[in-house]
Each structure stands twice: as C-alpha cells, then as structure tokens.
Design a binder for this molecule. Structure first.
Ligand SMILES: COc1nc(N)nc2c1ncn2[C@H]1C[C@H](O)[C@@H](COP(=O)(O)OP(=O)(O)OP(=O)(O)O)O1
Length: 173
C-alpha cells in the first residue's frame, strides 16, 4: 500500500537502503474491554495530540524495556506481556529521523494516572479520535487490531504526512 502524492525534496519512500534513524522510540497500544488506552501528550514531539504512550530509547535498554519504562513514566502503570505489532520509520523533511517500535498489550497493573508528560484517555475501539492523532495512526492501527504485523516508511513535513509506503504487512501475526 502506498500513497500517490509526489514527494518533494531529498527524501522519498521507501527510504534508501542506507537509511538509518537518528533515534529510536516506542509506542504502547493497550486495549482492555474493547477500549484503547491513549494519552493526551503534554510536552515534546506531538504535544497536544492523542497517541499511544511511549518515548525515546535510552542507552542500554531494549525496545521492549523502553516501552515498559515509558508506560510507567507517563501513566504510572506496569505492563503485562507485550507483542511487537509493527515498526514504523519516520523521516521528517527538516531532518529528524525516528524508528518507532509499536507494542500491543492487553493487561497492566495499576491505575493510569496523569503525569507531567501525559493525561490518560480511554476510547472505544470503534471511536478512536483519528482527527486528533498523528495521521499515520489511522492507517496502521486497524492492521494492528487485525493482528497483522506491519513495517512502514512515513515521510512528514512537520505534522503533515507527505507520503508513505507499507513495506511489509503480514496476513497473520
Ligand atoms: C510522525 O508520526 C508519529 N506517529 C505516531 N503514531 N507516533 C509518533 C510519531 N512521531 C513520534 N511519535 C511518537 C513516538 C514516541 O512515543 C513519541 C516521541 O517521543 P518523545 O519525544 O515524547 O520522547 P520522550 O523520550 O518521552 O521525551 P521527553 O521525556 O523528553 O518528553 O512520539
């Protein structure tokens, strides 16, 4: 699957073979009783948006450790088992490049609590607030909810999605 727009500037999708991210980050998509636990992001990249809890990898930790640490830091909860749902590579026209590992979970311990970084918000799976989310979410969240593993390349100009390619979508996880 791919969008059809022409790509301005020096980047194109799929990214070149030698593309490498400056930074790696995690997202945790937690679902309980047909509702998804999201955050209203209070600072940093994507401030004001609704998205999954997550953040950038710290030295020495695996991506799954990063996901669990960010869940604790942002919402004060401890994750149960997570499965890797997909990997998205983001290139921003201003130069920032980010590889995001997306984890799916269905159990956690603790009460989601507001922190300096995020406020917890629950949405029914059929009423996710895509108009308040990063534009890529509307494309890969349905794949994740169908247990389909995905890998995508996404080109952004600030908060606008310019072009994308889903490089890999598995029929079953
Ligand atoms: C560009 O499209 C994006 N889509 C989605 N769904 N999520 C994105 C996109 N770009 C970034 N993200 C996510 C990935 C990370 O979870 C956060 C960014 O992490 P942040 O800048 O908040 O990193 P922290 O380590 O938490 O930073 P601070 O603790 O310094 O706030 O956004």
């Amino acid at each position: 699957m791919s969008s059809t727009s022409n790509t301005p500037g020096k980047f194109s999708v799929p990214f070149e073979d030698n593309w490498a991210p400056e930074q790696r980050a995690s997202l945790v998509m937690m679902v309980r009783n047909d509702n998804m636990l999201l955050i209203h992001k209070k600072r940093g990249l994507g401030i004001g948006k609704i998205l999954g809890p997550g953040g950038r990898q710290e030295p020495g930790e695996s991506m799954e450790q990063c996901a669990k640490r960010e869940l604790k830091e942002e919402l004060c909860i401890d994750s149960g088992p997570l499965r890797l749902a997909g990997v998205n590579r983001f290139q921003f026209a201003d130069g920032l490049s980010l590889e995001v590992h997306i984890y799916f979970g269905e159990s956690f311990e603790g009460m989601p609590t507001e922190t300096a970084e995020a406020s917890p918000v629950w949405y029914p799976l059929g009423q996710l607030p895509y108009d308040k989310m990063w534009p890529d979410d509307e494309i890969w969240i349905p794949l994740m909810l169908q247990n389909r593993y995905f890998e995508g390349d996404w080109l952004f100009d600030h908060e606008s999605l310019i072009d994308f390619t889903l490089r890999r979508v598995d029929e079953t996880a």
